[in-house]
Design a protein around this ligand. Sequence first.
Ligand code: AMP
Length: 393
Amino acid sequence: MSYVSVRDLDLKGKRVFIRVDFNVPLEKNTQGHLEITSDKRIKASLPTIRYALEHGAGVILASHLGRPKGKPNPEMSLKPAAKRLQELLGHSVKMAPDCVGPEVEAMTPSPGEILLLENLRFHPEEEKNDPGFSKKLAGLCDIYVNDAFGSAHRAHASTEGMIPFVPQAAAGLLMEQELKYLGMAIRNPARPCVAILGGAKVSDKIQVIENLGKIVDNLLIGGAMAYTFLQAQGEPIGNSLVESDKIELAKRLLVHLGAKLLLPIDHIVVSEIQPGAPHETVTKIPAGKIGVDIGPKTVECYARVISGAKTIIWNGPMGIFEKPPFDKGTVAVAKAVAASAATSIVGGGDSEKAVKVAGVIDKITHVSTGGGASLEFLAGIQLPGVLALTRSR
Ligand code: AMP
């Protein structure tokens, strides 16, 4: 996979369009003003923005926010993101009234200036990947940079469509980091390579299991996903969450993956899912009980495999970690991953939360900013936004 990096280009005096991911969560404060509740996506884009400014570019930033369904919606304006970016950078940020059109063209930034375009999805043409709209966006710039890994699995005008119409296209610094670590994990991981997969459903992660199954040395399964596999093995699962229509698939995967695939050997079970509900540890799930977390023996076994790994890929919690104490298994796995000397790659919002709750986020080599995009990447699917960058080379 070969693409141009923003570091390879001469940005001086150029209008550089950076597709960022400013799809930040917003909430109304007590005065009814929309406020950003997490600015981590804005922070993640700062290195590329700073790099472009320092190298003499006029910076145009573009992003989507929420699902405005092709119509302007003041509740999904990027204005709060402009304000936060300004605070974080200590540099003024002009806000455009739209993302295309004469008014926006007249606002093109001079070197050292930043212009944030209004929400791309206020135009239905963005998600339709409309060539006319792509051309208009491309007309704003001399260089296109994609730093929005979290949107790279979407073939939209700003992530894919505009690339053939720009003079030069490159990956931003965040995009490069993502491609470096995720690419290394699925192409040439240091071995042993261990994947840990959890979460609610097998169906969401079938392609990831199949693809990683070809790559990794061990696949550790946790979360409700494990019960579909256990039922496929004929184990009792009580009233645990299960995907009955995926039992046959689970049987096939069990045969195909053989000893690589590890399943929980004990479980935390409850009668009803409530935070702090009475619970017990069992090796066989009794009728009527619900599995809500992996048990201590499983934690011990998984931690042993993790400690011997040289590469770790983790996506999805080991239990209902939002409801303590059923976060114990997930937190223990997070700590085991952090304690290992392996290159560790964590993807997906829940696993990121888990490493944060466990207080070990700084010990993880790479925490991916793209939930859906990182899953598709691990599933071996070519992301349209990345493919377009490699084609433009
Ligand atoms: P996913 O989005 O597929 O990664 O799934 C994450 C969700 O799986 C979280 O909300 C967890 O609460 C849920 N989950 C994990 N383990 C279990 C379980 N044993 N029973 C029910 N839900 C679970």
